[in-house]
Write a protein that binds this ligand. Structure first.
Ligand code: FES
Ligand code: FES
Length: 156
């Protein structure tokens, strides 16, 4: 039997009916249609599903949707701002573009959300702190150096 979940996602209120066994990841992607958050492993190993929940980065595949009741969730869809001319990218998104830190892009939403949570706590992290913050996020394409550079060089 489904349960009603009231949650805030990217500043908007949602009321969603989900089965109690459904992950937050499936709630976001299937029930709400926010497919920017990616499903890689679905068991907590890859970080592709990273979102920010009440200020902390979490693997959305390891959180139940019902646990999001009353929570504030941030996903990759909340970063770019809509302007009269189109979109204004978040500085992290711009930095990833400038550094070539997104190749296939599958890990990128999770990487950016992990980085966003880090920078909110620590706006000028060392390279070691950046590498620690994204230690749970796997990229098969970039070799990580460009991602680390992008996070360290972000402006704004
Ligand atoms: S899909 Fe959640 S950690 Fe891989
Ligand atoms: S850019 Fe392809 S997995 Fe990271």
């Amino acid at each position: 039997m489904k349960r009603l979940v009231q949650t805030t996602i990217n500043g908007e209120q949602y009321e969603v009916a989900v089965e109690p066994y459904r992950s937050l990841l499936d709630m976001l992607r299937v029930e709400i249609g926010l497919t920017g958050t990616k499903k890689g492993c679905d068991v907590g190993d890859c970080g592709a599903c990273t979102v920010i929940m009440d200020g902390l980065p979490v693997n959305a595949c390891l959180v139940l949707g019902v646990e999001a009741d009353g929570a504030e969730i941030e996903t990759i869809e909340g970063l770019a701002q809509i302007t009269p001319d189109g979109y204004q990218l978040h500085p992290l998104q711009t930095s990833f573009l400038q550094h070539g830190a997104a190749q296939c892009g599958f890990c990128t939403p999770g990487m950016i959300m992990a980085a966003k949570a880090l920078l909110a706590e620590n706006p000028q992290p060392s390279e070691a702190e950046v590498r620690f913050a994204i230690a749970g996020n796997i990229c098969r394409c970039t070799g990580f150096a460009k991602i680390v550079d992008a996070i360290m060089d972000v402006e704004g």
